[in-house]
Design a binder for this molecule. Structure first.
Ligand code: ACO
Length: 340
């Protein structure tokens, strides 16, 4: 049926981040301690990565869900969100508690949410932005009004603490955001997700999946740990993070002067600096937590937002960018919906 001229079109719904919270386990692993475990030094780690310390989850039987549940409980309390009002919970993780059920299912049980949709997203260090992209669709199409997106990783569970090239990089943590329909026009304007499976050879965990289930031999050969060819991953990370940020800038008519914050995945300070330089952004407008948290995989971006929350103003323009195993990479253009 043809629409009459006075028919009002409903305004499109925009998803907005309306709260953020994080959790870091209390135990710290410093560079000095790592230098006692493997052949490395505080000077090498600081110069090559920017990391000084990272948090490690200790305690028998505690997995990524423990940290995620802490972050989600804090988020719900802070935003005054009732359990009954949550429509969906998505967890981005590469270190699920179990092969199944999903960590998202476990988190819901731990925080006391029942009968909602919940599932995991696995895109390594890009996982949070993948999950945010999915959550945005649910808000925009009107099928959900309150979605929790949590990035949580217990990387210490898959790190070989005899391999100096990887063990210095990673930490444990979780960060969660609440997504709701925007009340003021600010929120998530654009997202991009990308992958290239040919990158698998450079960054993966060899055993533990269906291709090579765990056996005494896979354990003896230390195949359940992160295998990373650092230099190859580094090159791709710089190129793809800059590329996706520049694509977002072009699509949304942004320039270095109009961007208030770059929120990059925290894998290496040098990757972050190179990305900012290619975008033409000064480092004062780049969020950086790597020195104190290390690389917490799917948690780095929400932990950055949490750490800088008090400095964010309503309307601030943020470009979020991540790169990780897969290879995967992703970006988002967000205007911040509330004052710090
Ligand atoms: N202490 C001292 N020396 C070290 C250490 C260490 N901890 N680690 C490596 N080295 C040595 C190497 O053995 C090598 O020695 P050699 O020249 O005698 O062979 C030398 O340092 C240089 O090694 P590179 O690997 O070339 O060092 P690089 O400068 O590239 O830094 C790093 C290594 C930090 C891993 C860097 O390559 C990097 O950050 N890569 C990208 C990581 C990333 O972005 N990962 C993606 C996200 S993670 C995810 O998705 C799960």
């Amino acid at each position: 049926m043809a629409t009459t001229s006075n028919t009002k079109r409903a305004k499109p719904i925009r998803a907005a981040i309306t709260g953020v919270h994080g959790y870091l386990p209390p135990d710290l692993l410093t560079n000095a301690e790592l230098a006692r475990m493997v052949d490395t030094s505080d000077a090498w780690i600081t110069e090559r990565t920017g990391i000084k310390e990272r948090h490690i989850l200790k305690g028998k039987g505690l997995g990524s869900s423990h940290m995620a549940a802490e972050a989600v409980r804090g988020l719900l309390e802070k935003t005054g969100t009732l359990l009954k009002d949550i429509d969906l919970l998505i967890c981005a993780t590469t270190t699920p508690d179990l092969v199944f059920p999903s960590t998202a299912n476990l988190i819901c049980d731990m925080v006391g949410v029942r009968n909602i949709g919940s599932f995991d997203v696995q895109a390594a260090c890009s996982g949070f932005l993948y999950a945010l992209t999915i959550a945005t669709q649910f808000i925009e199409n009107g099928t959900a009004r309150k979605v929790v997106v949590v990035g949580a990783d217990k990387m210490s569970s898959i790190i070989d603490y005899t391999d100096r090239a990887t063990c210095v990089l990673f930490g444990d943590g979780a960060g969660a955001v609440l997504l709701e329909p925007s009340a003021n026009g600010h929120g998530i304007h654009d997202t991009l997700i990308r992958s290239d499976g040919a990158g698998m050879v450079h960054l993966h965990q060899k055993a533990g999946g269906s291709r090579m289930p765990p056996t005494a031999e896979t354990v003896a050969k230390r195949l359940h740990y992160v295998h990373q060819e650092g230099a190859a991953v580094y090159k791709f990370a710089v190129a793809r993070m800059a590329e996706i940020s520049q694509e977002l800038m072009l699509r949304n008519k942004l320039n270095p002067k109009t961007i208030d914050w770059l929120v990059p995945h925290q894998a290496n300070r040098r990757i972050i600096e190179a990305t900012a330089e290619r975008m033409g952004l000064p480092m004062e407008r780049v969020m950086m937590t790597i020195q104190k948290f290390g690389n917490t995989t799917a948690a780095t971006i929400p932990l950055c937002l949490w750490d800088y929350e008090s400095r964010l103003k309503e309307g601030d323009k943020l470009v979020l960018a991540a790169f990780g195993g897969g290879f995967t990479w992703a970006g988002a253009y967000v205007t911040w919906a509330y004052g710090g």
